[in-house]
Design a protein around this ligand. Structure first.
Ligand SMILES: *[C@@H]1O[C@H](CO)[C@@H](O)[C@H](O)[C@H]1NC(C)=O
Length: 581
C-alpha cells in the first residue's frame, strides 16, 4: 500500500514538472549516514493554520551547513509547509551527548518576540525523516516567561529505518533583556520493535475516530437511508399508480366531464416541464462543476482508502489537484451536453463559465486569505512560483480538457430528447399553499441530508482545524454514499410535490433544494468555530470563514447536482410513461 501511495504522490509532481528530490525519500539509512532535521513552522497552538517560518522567531541555527537541498512541492507550498534546515548534526545510530549548538543574546526586540510567542502558546513543528515532531516554545509562570532551551530527541530505529521520534523539551531558561541563551540538543538512538509500515500509527487517534458515536451515527444514517428509500418508493409507487389510474379514467369519460375541469396534478404541466431552465448557461455550468466535484471527491476518497495518503505531507492535496485536472472533461461533457439539450446556442460562453466557475470561486478565497497572509508574513503566503504552477495547470490542462469534454458532450448527447413537447406559451403557475412555494421547499430540502452528515462533519472539521490526522476514509466513503442517496430521495419527493402543485420550475428548485444542505453546513461551521475551537486573531478567523465558505459552496454544488440528476431521471420517467394527447 505505501508503494501505491508513493506513486500517487509522484505522478502529480511529475505532471507539474517539479524537481522534487529530497534525501529521505527512500527512508533507508546506512550507519553513520546524515539524518536531516528540518524545522518547519511555528504558530499559536489554537490556530493551526496561522503558521510562520520557524526562524521568524529569533532562534538560531546549528553550525552545520546543509548538504542536501530541500525542494518543496506545490501542495506543500499551498499548505504552508516551509522546511528549513536546523543545522543540527545528526548521524544515523550515533548518539549525541548534550551539546550546545548556538547561542543568542536577547535584545529588547527579540525579547518581545519571545514573550509574545510564549504568551500565545506557540508550538513549533519539525520533520525528521518525514515524521512530524512537535515541541513547545516556552512557558509562562507567575508572570515570568521561560523558553525551553534543551531539545532531547529519542530516536527509535528498526533495521536501517527510523520508526519513532520523541522530542522532549527540557531546561527552561528565564528570558529577560540582555540574557544569553544557549540552545542545546541531545540525540539517543534506541532499537525499536515498531515496524516501519506502522510508524504513522502513533499519530492516529482510534479512540477519537472510532468512537462509539461515530459508529452510531453511521448506523443511524444508514437506517435513515433505508427508511427514506422505502418511504419514497412506497409513496411514489402508490401515488403515481393512483395518478395514472385517474388520468386513464379521465380519458375514458372525456366527453362527460371534461368540462368539469377536474384534471389537475403533475400531468397538467407536461407542456412545461421540459422548458429550459432559466439562466441555462449558468445552470448547466453548475451541473458540470457539480459532477466534476463529485468525481474528484469520490476518486480522492478511494485513493485515500487504498493508499494511506496521510503518511505523506501534502499528498492528499496533490492527489486532489491531479484528479481535478484530469477529470476536467467531466465538467465540460456534463455542462456542454445539458446546455445543448436545453437548446443553448452560445456554447463558447457556456464553456468559459464552466471552466472558470470553480477556479474563480476558490481563487477568490485564496487571494483574499493570501492578502492577510502577506500582511502577517505567514507561511500560507503564496509564492510566485506556486501561482505560476496553478496558472499553468489551468491553461495547459483545465482549459483544453474541459473544451474537449464540451465538444464531445455537445456532439454525443447534445440533442434535445425530452419525451414531451414544450408549449409555445408558458402556462401561468396557479396559486398554492405557502409550503408548496419553491422557497420553502428549498429551505427545508437540506435538513435531512445535513442530518445524515453532520457527525462526520465534526470529525472532518476537527482533523482539519485541530491536530488530528483523518484516516477513517472508509467512514467517509459510507457517509458520501449515504449523503448521495438521501439527497436524491429528498429531491425526488420535493419535485413530485412541486409538480403536483402544477409548478414546473423544478430544475432550479431541485438543484437549490439539495444545495441548501451547504447553508446548514455553514451554520454548523459557525457553531463549531464559537463552541468547539479556541481560534482567535484576524488571520485565522479570515482563513476559517473563507475556506469554510468555499467548502460549503462546493458541497452545495455537489449536492445540488446529485439532487438535480435524481429529479431529472424521475421527471423523464413519469412523463415518458404517461400518454399525452
Ligand atoms: C516515545 O514515547 C513513547 C510513549 O511514551 C514510547 O512508547 C516510545 O518507546 C518512545 N520512543 C523512543 C524511541 O524512545
Amino acid at each position: 500500500m505505501p508503494r501505491m501511495s508513493r506513486k500517487l504522490v509522484w505522478l502529480p509532481l511529475l505532471l507539474l514538472a517539479q524537481d522534487i528530490h529530497c534525501d529521505e525519500h527512500d527512508h533507508a539509512y546506512q550507519d553513520g549516514e546524515e539524518v536531516v532535521f528540518w524545522m518547519n513552522t511555528i504558530g499559536p497552538y489554537a490556530n493551526r493554520q496561522e503558521t510562520y517560518g520557524y526562524f521568524s522567531l529569533p532562534f538560531c541555527r546549528g553550525p552545520k551547513e546543509m548538504i542536501g537541498h530541500y525542494h518543496e512541492t506545490l501542495s506543500e507550498a499551498l499548505q504552508g509547509v516551509e522546511l528549513e534546515y536546523s543545522g543540527l548534526a545528526v548521524q544515523f545510530k550515533e548518539d549525541v551527548p548534550k551539546t550546545a549548538y548556538c547561542e543568542i543574546t536577547l535584545t529588547s526586540e527579540s525579547l518581545r518576540a519571545f514573550i509574545y510567542a510564549v504568551k500565545n502558546h506557540y508550538w513549533y513543528q519539525m520533520y525528521i525523516d518525514d515524521l512530524p515532531v512537535w515541541g513547545v516554545v516556552g512557558e509562562q509562570d507567575n508572570g515570568e516567561f521561560y523558553v525551553w532551551s534543551h531539545k532531547k530527541f529519542d530516536m527509535g530505529y528498526s533495521g536501517n529505518r527510523i520508526v519513532d521520534v520523541n522530542l522532549t523539551s527540557e531546561n527552561k531558561v528565564k528570558i529577560e533583556a540582555g540574557a544569553r541563551i544557549s540552545f542545546t540538543y541531545e540525540v539517543q538512538w534506541k532499537l525499536s520493535s515498531m515496524k516501519f509500515e506502522d510508524r504513522f500509527e502513533k499519530y492516529l487517534d482510534p479512540t477519537f475516530f472510532q468512537h462509539r458515536i461515530h459508529w452510531f451515527s453511521i448506523f443511524n444514517s444508514f437506517m435513515m437511508v433505508l427508511f427514506l428509500v422505502g418511504l419514497v418508493s412506497m409513496i411514489l409507487l402508490r401515488t403515481l399508480h393512483k395518478d395514472y389510474a385517474r388520468y386513464a379514467r379521465d380519458e375514458e369519460s372525456e366527453d362527460l366531464d371534461h368540462d368539469l375541469g377536474d384534471e389537475y396534478g403533475w400531468k397538467q404541466v407536461h407542456g412545461e416541464v421540459f422548458r429550459p431552465a432559466q439562466h441555462a448557461t449558468f445552470f448547466s455550468a453548475l451541473i458540470g462543476c457539480g459532477l466534476h466535484i463529485t468525481t474528484v471527491v469520490f476518486c480522492v476518497i478511494i485513493f485515500a482508502i487504498l493508499g494511506e495518503l496521510y503518511t505523506e505531507r501534502g499528498s492528499l492535496l496533490s492527489t486532489a489537484l491531479l484528479v481535478y485536472a484530469l477529470a476536467s472533461p467531466v465538467s465540460g461533457y456534463a455542462g456542454g451536453s445539458l446546455y445543448s439539450r436545453m437548446g443553448g446556442k452560445k456554447w463558447m460562453r457556456q464553456y468559459l463559465v464552466t471552466v472558470m466557475l470553480l477556479p474563480v470561486l476558490i481563487g477568490t478565497a485564496v487571494f483574499f486569505v493570501n492578502f492577510f497572509a502577506i500582511y502577517y508574513h505567514a507561511t500560507r503566503m503564496l509564492h510566485f512560483k506556486s501561482i505560476l504552477y496553478m496558472v499553468a495547470i489551468g491553461l495547459f490542462i483545465l482549459f483544453p480538457m474541459t473544451l474537449l469534454g464540451t465538444l464531445i458532450g455537445r456532439n454525443v448527447s447534445g440533442r434535445p430528447n425530452a419525451p414531451c413537447r414544450v408549449n409555445a406559451v408558458p402556462r401561468p403557475i396557479p396559486e398554492k399553499k405557502w409550503f408548496m412555494e419553491p422557497e420553502v421547499i428549498i429551505a427545508l430540502g437540506g435538513i435531512l441530508p445535513f442530518g445524515s452528515i453532520f457527525i462526520e462533519m465534526y470529525f472532518i472539521f476537527t482533523s482539519f482545524w485541530a491536530y488530528k490526522v483523518y484516516y477513517v476514509f472508509g467512514f467517509m466513503l459510507l457517509v458520501f454514499l449515504i449523503l448521495a442517496v438521501v439527497t436524491i430521495c429528498v429531491t425526488i419527493v420535493a419535485t413530485y410535490f412541486l409538480l403536483n402543485a402544477e409548478d414546473y420550475r423544478w430544475q432550479w428548485t431541485s438543484f437549490l433544494c439539495s444545495a441548501s444542505t451547504s447553508v446548514y453546513v455553514y451554520l454548523y461551521a459557525l457553531y463549531y468555530f464559537f463552541f468547539k475551537t479556541k481560534m482567535y486573531g484576524l488571520f485565522q478567523t479570515m482563513f476559517y470563514f473563507s475556506y469554510m465558505a468555499v467548502f460549503s459552496t462546493c458541497l452545495g454544488i455537489m449536492c445540488g447536482t446529485l439532487g438535480y440528476i435524481g429529479a431529472s431521471v424521475f421527471v423523464r420517467k413519469i412523463y415518458s410513461t404517461v400518454k399525452i394527447d
